[in-house]
Design a protein. Structure first.
Length: 218
């Protein structure tokens, strides 16, 4: 899966990944961190960029307005089937072209997406566009200091600049191709800064990094 592959096959692989027993790893760090961030920030609508089949909406209090976007029609359809609620909306959309108005959300998060993006400057620009001034963001992505751990499982792979393409097998044994973008940490910070997004804190855990910040007030 990458920023250009939103087909049914990719959606099925993602569903198997998130809904498999192995997904319980998220309960140990990602979901507690997300809940902590939500509790420490405040404001109206929460935007989930790259929501997949919507599982992260369960971490958002039920009285808070939630909007999840994803480029996969199959995953958006599954999100509606699994998590429909009056306070939740699931929209077909792309991190490069978020289908909501400028300065319309107070908080936005994105989990396991940024390392799938070839153009983090464009993604950061969209994140900055939709956040109000002072709005908070949380990005959880592959830790640039641990890229070796991310790429090690692939026996067959190719690298073109920052683009890593590796071949493996999915849970059913069928061959599949994954694409990662190995952006240096400095490039991630620079892309955010160019969109008036100020990093306030970072945390490293389990070969991942959490980047927390806000859109500049002026």
């Amino acid at each position: 899966m990458d920023d250009r592959n939103f087909g049914t096959e990719a959606a099925e692989v993602w569903i198997q990944t998130i809904e498999s027993p192995a997904a319980s790893l998220r309960d140990k760090d990602i979901y507690p961190l997300l809940k902590e961030w939500l509790a420490e920030t405040s404001g109206g609508t929460v935007l989930d960029i790259g929501c997949g089949q919507g599982v992260c909406c369960l971490q958002v209090p039920s009285d808070v307005s939630y909007v999840g976007i994803d480029p996969s029609p199959a995953l958006i359809q599954r999100a509606f089937a699994l998590y429909q609620h009056p306070q939740r909306r699931f929209l077909l959309g792309n991190v490069y072209d978020v289908p909501i108005n400028e300065e319309s959300v107070q908080r936005a998060f994105s989990i396991a997406v940024w390392h799938l993006l070839g153009d983090i400057e464009r993604a950061s620009k969209e994140l900055g566009r939709v956040l109000v001034r002072g709005g908070q963001f949380l990005i959880i992505s592959a830790d640039p200091g641990s890229y070796a751990a991310w790429t090690r499982p692939y026996k067959e792979f190719s690298i073109d600049g920052k683009r890593f393409e590796g071949k493996t097998e999915n849970s059913s044994g069928a061959p599949t191709t994954d694409v990662l973008y190995l952006h240096p940490y400095e490039d991630i910070l620079d892309a955010l800064s160019k969109s008036d997004l100020v990093v306030l804190e970072t945390r490293n855990f389990r070969n991942m990094v959490a980047i927390m910040g806000k859109r500049a007030l002026t």
